[in-house]
Ligand binder design. Sequence first.
Ligand SMILES: Nc1ncnc2c1ncn2[C@@H]1O[C@H](COP(=O)(O)OP(=O)(O)OP(=O)(O)O)[C@@H](O)[C@H]1O
Length: 231
Amino acid sequence: MLKIENLSLSYDGKKTILEGLCLDAKEGSLHGLVGGNGSGKTSLFNCLYGTVVFQQGTILLNGSPLKRDAIAYLETENFFYPKITGKEYLNLFAHVNPGFDFRGWNELFVLPLNRLTDTYSSGMKKKLAFLGIMSFDRPVMILDEPFNGVDMETVQIMKVILDKLRHAGKIILITSHILESLTSICDSISYLSGKNIVFTYNRSDYDKIQEAVFGLDNAGTKARVARLLQS
Ligand SMILES: Nc1ncnc2c1ncn2[C@@H]1O[C@H](COP(=O)(O)OP(=O)(O)OP(=O)(O)O)[C@@H](O)[C@H]1O
């Protein structure tokens, strides 16, 4: 069980980004995280990964403090040394998991592994980074907007992979701005707003998310847009 309790974060000691945030995720579950730009999703992941120092709270995996080597983290933006080929990049991971069959996996992702990474498109870079972190085979996966820039076919392949990993017992946290990309695979989805999780819905209640996030605002937005278009 991954247990986040009472987590608070401020980068500068003045503006609070997260305040008293709690979240539980059990083995073999896929948990989605949505929220507006700047609501703190990436900050939360960086707290988990230990690259950001939070002021208050605990993050436990099976009762012990979560350590970085228990996490495979796919960041929103993926950077590579430009003069390295995809194959050379993946070879860097070989010492972590020598048995990982990059060639076999790449039959699904169809990356030009002999080309330099600076000739890759953004979607290709995302796929390469995804392959790299998958080889880690760690109990917790945190995936920050993994479907961004990735073609539709690969999104489906990634979803099949994530579903299998969930059934293999991984704890997977995943963010996206496209709600539909999460409802099809997640066991539960939380909405982050105003420094904390405002609600968490399980699969049977996903139809309520749209209304909970946009319901009240939507009529006002439509009227405002109509006024602006007329002016
Ligand atoms: N290193 C940093 N130093 C100071 N402030 C930061 C830092 N990283 C993020 N922030 C601020 O923290 C807040 C939350 O940012 P964060 O990137 O976590 O949001 P997000 O929910 O991931 O946003 P998006 O959906 O746009 O990716 C924002 O106000 C942002 O400006």
